[in-house]
Design a protein around this ligand. Structure first.
Ligand code: GDP
Ligand code: IMO
Ligand code: MG
Length: 418
């Protein structure tokens, strides 16, 4: 058996949570492989809306095992509140959520360091979610980190050593802080202790031998990847498909389908280049109809047209085999839809992402007619308006990868497999 991977092709918030929830009945195991509570994955069903941060989006389907693997950075405080909310809904968790002993822990001073570092950057701030992601991955690669497996190995002493290191670092910043969250942190640690903590790499590879089906759930998006995103305006993990191998402990040859998910337009939250951004009424319209406000921070998301230069780059990096287009219904009332097919930089046309973030990039747009139809109640491809079929055909021809799912609303039911 192989592991299928689902990941975002843009700057995050493509609708990964919704689609993982839709696909979960086809899988025995759902595995989150990178990122942390900077993610906000929204699921909607039975008139109920739920946002997950650390916990995989397979959690609402019975009989599915959910894994938080080694590539994830886990915040015990956020985890505790997520568990409380799920238990209040009657979800049984202790048997169907396992955590890697090699996952790194976010401690309160990581979050303080994140805030201090952003404040010190002034105008050039990243627009981080301030969840402590950068400092935690820095401690991981700096070989100072605290891991879930340390809960059974002299934990308090290791925690104090790391905290002391952070306090030394914080002296370099002119930044006021308090450690009032420590109590909640240790409460969260006790919650983590209730869960099965294992070497998930062994378990995943055993599941594959046993013929079990596994879907890996990505967080953030390809254009926020630490290596290939618009550095430094990126997150601190590898969000691309290769990150699923290192984030779970599977061989590249164990990857099966790669589901690439993109919005029918584009959004970005936080700082950094966004060539097809709309700073006008059309951008505001996308934000209003698409309810484009961050699931983790509530910040308004920047909106723009679909960018095929960026999307093709993402396809190349991930080896996407099937595409999923979400939020298609958000375009229902646009007479004309625009798609960026190239960039013009100082008069030169290019189909490559520029290295220079300061470069004056002008997107070159192709215009397509809108469908002016309410898609939210459509449940079969036969009901698609002609203009939507044309939009899909145009994208498939450009991208050379089939679009297999079209999402037409936030609910679990609002999706069409084609
Ligand atoms: P994720 O981080 O990739 O899981 O995406 P988010 O949950 O942060 O953001 C996606 C938002 O769009 C959520 O509010 C979803 O409920 C919503 N959503 C997902 N798919 C669709 C869709 O096809 N149409 C509309 N209108 N909303 C959608
Ligand atoms: P999901 O999984 C959208 C962005 C932040 C910021 C940059 C770095 O819901 O798609 P960080 O907190 O990682 O230091 O922030 O990355 N960012 C996201 N944007 N969706 C996300 O996750 C994001 N996670 C981080 O806004 O620009
Ligand atoms: Mg999100």
């Amino acid at each position: 058996m192989k592991v299928d991977v689902l990941l975002g092709l843009q700057w995050g918030d493509e609708g990964k949570g919704k689609v993982v929830d839709v696909l979960t009945p086809r899988y025995d195991v759902i595995s989150r492989f990178q990122g942390g509570p900077n993610a906000g994955h929204t699921l909607e069903f039975s008139n109920h809306k739920h946002v997950l941060h650390n916990i995989p989006s397979g959690i609402f389907r019975e009989d599915t095992l959910n894994l938080i693997t080694n590539g994830v950075v886990l915040d015990p405080i956020v985890f505790h509140s997520e568990i409380d909310a799920l238990e209040a809904m009657g979800i049984n968790l202790t048997n169907n959520l396992w955590i890697s002993r090699k996952a790194h822990l976010i401690i309160p001073t990581h979050r303080i360091l994140d805030a201090a570092s952003e404040a010190a950057k002034g105008k050039s701030k990243i627009g981080s979610t301030l969840k402590g992601i950068g400092p935690t991955y820095m401690d991981k690669t700096g070989r100072n980190g605290l891991r879930v497996g340390d809960l059974d190995l002299n934990f308090e002493q290791k925690y104090e050593t790391l905290k002391a290191k952070h306090k030394d670092l914080l002296r370099l910043y002119d930044f006021e802080y308090d450690l009032s969250e420590e109590k909640k942190f240790f409460e969260g640690i006790e919650v983590i202790r209730k869960f099965k903590r294992v070497d998930t790499e062994y378990e995943i590879n055993r599941f594959l031998e046993e013929g079990k089906t596994i879907l890996a759930e990505g967080a953030q998006g390809t254009l926020l990847d630490i290596d290939f995103g618009s550095y430094p305006y990126v997150t601190s993990s590898n969000t691309i498909c290769a990150g699923a191998c290192t984030g779970m402990g599977i061989a590249p040859s164990s990857i099966g389908e790669v589901f690439g998910i993109f919005k029918a337009y584009c959004t970005r939250v936080g700082s950094g280049p966004f060539p097809s951004e709309l700073l006008d009424k059309e951008g505001e319209k996308l934000r209003a109809i698409g309810k484009e406000f961050g699931a983790t921070t509530g910040r308004p998301r920047r909106c723009g047209w679909l960018d095929l230069v960026a999307l093709k780059y993402s396809l190349m990096l991930n080896g996407v085999t099937q595409l999923i287009m979400t939020k298609t219904d958000v375009l229902d009332t646009f007479d004309t839809i625009r798609v960026a097919t190239a960039y013009s930089i100082q008069g030169e046309l290019t189909d490559r992402m520029p290295y220079d973030l300061e470069a004056d990039v002008l997107p070159v747009f192709t215009e397509l007619p809108g469908w002016n139809t309410d898609l939210t109640t459509i449940r079969s491809k036969q009901q698609f308006p002609r203009e939507l079929n044309d939009y899909i055909m145009f994208l498939e021809k450009e991208l050379q990868v089939p679009i297999r799912f079209v999402s037409v609303g936030p609910d679990r039911e609002q999706i069409i497999e084609i």
